[in-house]
Ligand binder design. Structure first.
Ligand SMILES: [Zn+2]
Length: 230
């Protein structure tokens, strides 16, 4: 019996334990410009992808934990692309965990371009420069609009001892993906970051067509995010 598609928040008590999806492979103290984290690596048993968890403070207690489950975006996270808001969101999440002195940032690999990979993402960017929006560009390429799966991220959190989380996201699909894997989300914390003019149409599409909780571009200059950057 397949229980993977259970409805939101379902957590039946007589289910079999979930199949093991990841195994922890290493851990080290990692001092960063945001603060000092423990960095754990995990190998996905299905596809060999390596994922990371950045942990600050004790996170295996009863209190809800501040969490970001971040999808890899090499252009945004590493090379400061302004076509999307990924890099700024990652920076904001790391900053907020450091300020709280406790929390987890999961870095999920294989989520590039909402799961289509870097090559297809660049092809989609080219189509966007021809007038397609981010959803129609994927459809034109014959790839999924969003194929990301959050069960690995959920299992990493479970292995860390986190069961209740205060989730930093603007994306309702991420909320549902984690909640349907047995985690309880006690609070949704938006991550509104300043939007570059190059990203305005992309953000607007995510808001209008994918249901993301982001301010309209007209209000982007009033993003409240910089209040927490020191
Ligand atoms: Zn991105």
């Amino acid at each position: 019996m397949n229980t993977r598609s259970d409805s939101l928040g379902s957590n039946g008590s007589d289910e079999h334990p979930p199949r093991e999806l990841v195994t922890q492979t290493a851990s080290a103290r990692l001092p960063t410009t945001w603060g000092e984290f423990m960095c754990h690596s995990y190998e996905s048993l299905d596809d060999g992808q390596m994922h990371l968890a950045f942990v600050m403070g004790e996170v295996d207690g009863a209190e809800p934990v501040l969490v970001r489950v971040h999808s890899e975006c090499v252009t945004g996270d590493v090379f400061n692309s302004v076509k999307c808001d990924c890099g700024l969101q990652l920076d904001e999440a790391m900053s907020r965990v450091a300020q709280a002195g406790q929390g987890v940032v999961i870095y999920l690999r294989g989520h590039e371009g909402r799961g289509i990979g870097i090559s297809q993402k660049l092809k989609a960017y080219e189509l966007q420069d021809q007038g397609f929006d981010t959803v129609d560009a994927n459809l034109e390429l014959g790839v999924a609009v969003d194929s990301r799966d959050y069960s690995v991220g959920a299992q990493i959190l479970t292995q860390l001892g986190v069961s209740q989380l205060r989730l930093m996201t603007n994306n309702p699909a991420k909320y549902q993906g984690l909640a349907s894997n047995g985690l309880t989300i006690t609070e949704l914390i938006p991550l509104h970051v300043p939007i570059h003019p190059e990203a305005e149409r992309y953000i607007e599409t995510k808001r209008g067509r994918l249901g993301h909780h982001t301010p309209s571009s007209a209000g982007s200059s009033a993003a409240p995010s910089d209040a927490v950057v020191s």
